[in-house]
Design a protein around this ligand. Sequence first.
Ligand code: GLP
Length: 240
Amino acid sequence: MKVIVLDNYQQISIKAAQIVASQIILKEDSILGLATGGTPVGMYSELVKMYKLGIIDFKKIKTFNLDEYVGLSKENQQSYYYYMMDNLFKHVNINIENIDIPNGMADIKEECVRYENEIKQSGGIDLQVLGIGHNGHIGFNEPDIKFESVTHLVKLDEDTIKANSRFFDSVDEVPKQALSMGIKTIMHSKKIVLIASGKEKAKAIYGTVKGNITPNLPASILQLHNDVYIIADKEAASLL
Ligand code: GLP
């Protein structure tokens, strides 16, 4: 685990974007695993800048996203599909057919099997980007998850519903369920970069880097992966 602590949000966004860009440059048909939430917004904006400067090309890139809310369509502004279009895809030359995000409107069982198979058939994720929840969740793998889980249906924790309500008009509008890659799916990625910003992530980052490996703090499993970057700003790293 390589831990990189930088001064502020802008610096972690640039650093994470550089790691993604380097992956794209080294392998033009890379399979990227992407994340949503507030934290990666800056990283996506840096990637768009690099694309516009001609530094990176998304023509042959394929992407999978970590998760999606159950019951939200692609058109819904709170869906992660919409988020990805808005923050990255519509600004770069990615082929829309190369984008895969769990479909929160599909038959849940079939969708989980389809998604996991698609990832396998693609040859596996070269680089997975992660954020982290206050409770140490990655994707939507909430505390007490089974480490051997693959793409599955998740019941969101009250804590997560509250944290994510800032993107909705009210807490009642936050879906109670989501589809998420499992811990096993994430751990199969060849390389992982986790970004964290702000003091409300400090406990989770401490547990991820220095805590016991435990399903109570799902991100702690990353200690067992052999190619992980944790990129945190000073506040998120303040307990290390
Ligand atoms: C959501 C997402 C996670 C993300 C987390 C933290 O629950 N499913 O993938 O890492 O929120 O989000 P934020 O970056 O907004 O704090």
